[in-house]
Design a protein around this ligand. Structure first.
Ligand SMILES: *Cc1c(COP(=O)(O)O)cnc(C)c1O
Length: 362
């Protein structure tokens, strides 16, 4: 077998390993922030019909600009957005990649506030964009003056903000966005993958008057549609015109467009489950706190908890009990996704059974 290092691969990719949470076959998987509830039967039936109809025209390329889908996404987002302010791709990761292709690249810098979604850094790297990971405060929040100072120092072409932030669950103080928009000369991308789970309103209204602001969303989380791969963004029409320069022709298949349209037709039903997930999330925060763990307030469908002397041991002891959570590489902390109500109970039972010590001694 040929080793990677024997290939004439780009120097900046040498020695790297591929992204990916280990996907293990265990009864309770709470490691990738998916919606644990499958799509309702009505949606599945609608999707089947929509895909059949799309199949009859499969000899043709799909609508390159996905106009019907983007119109439906604009209607879902509201705030008076129209089709020319919305763009879609195969998962928000592809949306982010297109943003970096258009606004980043060789000789340019992207900056994010870490810990945050590791794909921001990885997609920057893959597009040859330099990366600066600026630190958050000890409680994982971000203060306007600190964000401004970092941007003044590094003058990035792209600033990534993430609200609610993965892996901490922290929502962004809107004052941070205002301060960043005032000082940043480049693009400002707010990743709102978990917006539907948040107590805070979306930052979409900030788009008005800010042509360099981009808000990204996904159907992978609240919509329970991770398998379909559909991400999208809202921004000034000029930003969408820029992305059309770098996207591959016909990047969104007719099947994906039909499936996403079907999911949007059932949005109300899907989002009703989000209320249940939010309740269970708040319950999980309380339950972990009452057991003496450090728990970060969460606006998302996952909870970062800690106070561990050895988080890898804790991760293993839960895995031994059939529960897979996420080691996000933060010393002393682990992240658990909110599962079904029963899965949350099983997780807490495993935590109790494992008798986990914390650094402070419990
Ligand atoms: C899960 C996640 C995404 C979603 O990626 P998709 O490609 O749409 O599945 C984007 N941003 C953040 C912060 C996430 O956690």
């Amino acid at each position: 077998m040929t080793g990677l290092e024997e290939l004439p691969i780009r120097d900046d990719l040498r020695g790297l390993s591929a992204y990916g949470a280990p996907q293990l076959e265990v009864p309770i998987r709470l490691n990738t922030n998916e919606n644990p509830y499958p799509p309702p039967p009505e949606l599945v039936a609608d999707l089947r019909e929509a895909v059949s109809a799309a199949a009859t025209g499969m000899n043709r390329y799909p609508d390159r600009d996905a106009v019907e889908l983007r119109s439906a996404l604009a209607a879902y987002l509201g705030h008076g957005l129209s089709v020319d302010q919305v763009w879609a791709a195969n998962g928000s990761n592809e949306v982010l990649q297109q943003l970096l292709q258009a606004f980043g690249g060789a000789g340019r810098t992207a900056l994010g506030f870490v810990p945050s979604y590791s794909m921001h850094q990885l997609i920057a790297l893959a597009t040859g964009t330099d990366w600066i990971g600026s630190p958050r405060a000890m409680d994982f929040t971000l203060r306007p003056e600190d964000a401004v100072a970092e941007i003044r120092t590094h003058t990035p072409s792209i600033v990534f903000l993430c609200s609610p932030n993965n892996p901490t669950g922290t929502a962004l103080d809107p004052a941070v966005l205002d301060a960043v928009l005032d000082v940043a000369a480049g693009m400002v991308v707010v990743d709102e993958a978990y917006a539907e789970f948040s107590h805070r309103p979306s930052l979409l209204p900030s788009l008005a008057g800010h042509p360099r602001l981009v808000i990204t969303r996904t159907m992978s989380k609240a919509f329970g549609f991770a398998g379909a791969r559909l991400g999208y963004l809202a921004a000034d029409p000029a930003v969408i015109a820029a992305l059309q320069l770098v996207r591959l022709p016909y990047h969104l298949s007719a099947l994906t467009q039909a499936a996403a349209l079907a999911a949007l037709r059932h949005a109300e039903q899907t989002l009703a489950q989000v209320g249940r997930l939010r309740t269970d999330r708040d319950g999980l925060v309380d339950s972990l706190r009452s057991r003496g763990f450090d728990v970060v307030d969460s606006d998302a469908n996952f909870v970062l908890f800690g106070g561990f002397a050895e988080e890898k041991k804790v991760w293993h002891s839960l895995l031994d009990r059939g529960v897979l959570i996420r080691d996000v590489g933060l010393p002393g902390w682990l992240r658990v996704s909110v599962g079904t109500t029963q899965e949350c109970q099983a997780f807490l039972a495993a935590v109790d059974d494992a008798a986990i010590p914390t650094a402070g001694g419990r």
